[in-house]
Design a protein around this ligand. Structure first.
Ligand code: URA
Length: 254
């Protein structure tokens, strides 16, 4: 039992109260979820109504989706603008992600950090969190979640390019390949393509497209796993919603 729970109640907090505080449902509706066998704690479906849990350590799922009950954890989507460095602090005073986060978020818990990175010239979705375990898994090669990019490239895309990129292209640090490739728009002298990759090596999309003769002149990351950038404006932050957080946990087996 953690300090917080043990200080308030040595037995823990009633599950329906924890679910209600996490915004899942009213206490009454949470009781129904429990009665319907839709709630599990630490991997086991809860069968009894009086169950108490430690909100700081219990792993709770509703309908198989992880529910975050810790109030000190934050999960945010940031639209990193072009020209902003993916660091929380820049010694040389260059624009960085930290400039957008400071004073705008007060999580009351551990400091936020960025999950992976985007090149200074790349814009788009960057996740920020203070949940070290989730961030670690999201960037770990064995869990790498799919990331979706839109790239503007010069010229006309040959029919076999998708096949070549799916098969893999040898880069200086090994083979890189895409999971999927789609031509989104073809304009005179310019093409817009969408690529989905699992990996996170430095500059991998730019290097990959360079290697096949299509140097990128604009790159936007539009999704990380099931979390989408949508029409979020550059420079803005938004909290992820519950299904989005749940989808990230599921993607990395938490
Ligand atoms: N690939 C790149 O080339 N740049 C990024 O920022 C991310 C992936």
């Amino acid at each position: 039992m953690s300090d917080r729970a043990s200080k308030t109640d040595p037995q823990g907090v009633r599950l329906q109260k924890v679910l209600a505080q996490a915004g899942i449902a009213s206490r009454r509706a949470a009781e129904d979820l429990i009665a319907q066998g839709r709630v599990s704690v630490d991997g086991k479906v809860v069968g009894e109504m009086g169950r108490r849990v430690d909100p700081d350590s219990a792993v709770i799922h509703v309908d198989g989706v992880r529910v975050v009950v810790r109030e000190d954890l934050s999960y945010l989507a940031f639209h990193k603008p072009i020209g902003v460095h993916t660091t929380m602090h820049d010694d040389q005073g260059r624009p960085c992600v930290g400039d957008y986060v400071r004073n705008k978020t007060d999580t009351g818990g551990p400091r936020l950090f960025h999950v992976g990175r985007l090149d200074v010239e790349t814009e788009g979705l960057l996740l920020l969190t203070n949940d070290g375990e989730l961030a670690h898994r999201l960037t770990h090669p064995s869990y790498e979640v799919a990331k979706t990019y839109l790239a503007d490239v010069p010229g006309t895309i040959p029919k076999d390019l998708g096949k070549r990129l799916r098969a893999g292209v040898e880069l200086e640090d090994g083979l890189a390949k895409v999971d999927s490739f789609k031509l989104v728009d073809a304009l005179p002298g310019q093409s817009l393509i969408e690529l989905v990759l699992h990996e996170g090596r430095n500059h991998v999309v730019r290097r990959l497209l360079d290697a096949v003769g299509f140097p990128v002149f604009r790159l936007v990351r539009t999704a990380v796993g099931e979390v989408r950038l949508g029409n979020q404006r550059p420079g803005t932050l938004r909290p992820l919603n519950r299904p989005e957080v749940g989808s990230l946990f599921s993607a990395v087996g938490l």
